[in-house]
Design a protein around this ligand. Sequence first.
Ligand SMILES: Nc1ncnc2c1ncn2[C@@H]1O[C@H](COP(=O)(O)OP(=O)(O)O)[C@@H](O)[C@H]1O
Ligand SMILES: [Mg+2]
Length: 219
Amino acid sequence: MAEPVVDVSGLAKRYGEGTVFDSVNLRVMAGESVAIVGESGVGKSTLLNCLAGLDSWDAGEVRLCGQPLSALDDTARALLRRDRVGFVFQAFHVLPHLDVAQNVALPLLLQQRPDGARVAEVLRAVGLGALGARLPQQLSGGQLQRVAIARALVHRPALILADEPTGNLDPTTATQVLDLLLAQTREHGAALVLVTHSDHAATRTNRLLRLSAQGITES
Ligand SMILES: Nc1ncnc2c1ncn2[C@@H]1O[C@H](COP(=O)(O)OP(=O)(O)O)[C@@H](O)[C@H]1O
Ligand SMILES: [Mg+2]
């Protein structure tokens, strides 16, 4: 059997005495899409950060493309993330002094393979084809969200982690963005883990998981 893109086993995260989650198990294969739902504050963003090796945990393991993250130092984690992961952050994290096209080009520059045609293609796919030269401050919230999505897809990552990626979008644009994310799984074999509050988005993925204080359950 093929190796999962992400393999989470017995993951626990605590802050001091408080437990955010305890014994989360999750495997996502190439080409598979998973929606994670759960109440605010239950630890969805924390879990995504752990999957990307951006946060630490207290027990368990995360394997990304077969590699146990706990065995990797910060540099090795950063390289693995650079090559394999596209992350759509809830708060976008778009760099304010770079224009839209430069923001989207960043993952390719970090890999030392600049590709203006690919940047233009992804910007068109998110409906920002005409806005490449704009600065982030000249964009709406929904447009910024699409910049963040384009940046997460530009380098064709094996794993796409998206934290409420349609939260700021009107229904039509939300559907387009979701179509685009799901197309990466079908057409490019990416694994997608999508945190969402949208019932509609949650019905469109292959699997639906609910995160609670008791752990993660599949429905
Ligand atoms: N640095 C921190 N110190 C203490 N508690 C934190 C910290 N960061 C997050 N938390 C807590 O962890 C829990 C999970 O947060 P989060 O992952 O953002 O939830 P969600 O994304 O599901 O809304 C929340 O109860 C939050 O208050
Ligand atoms: Mg969150």
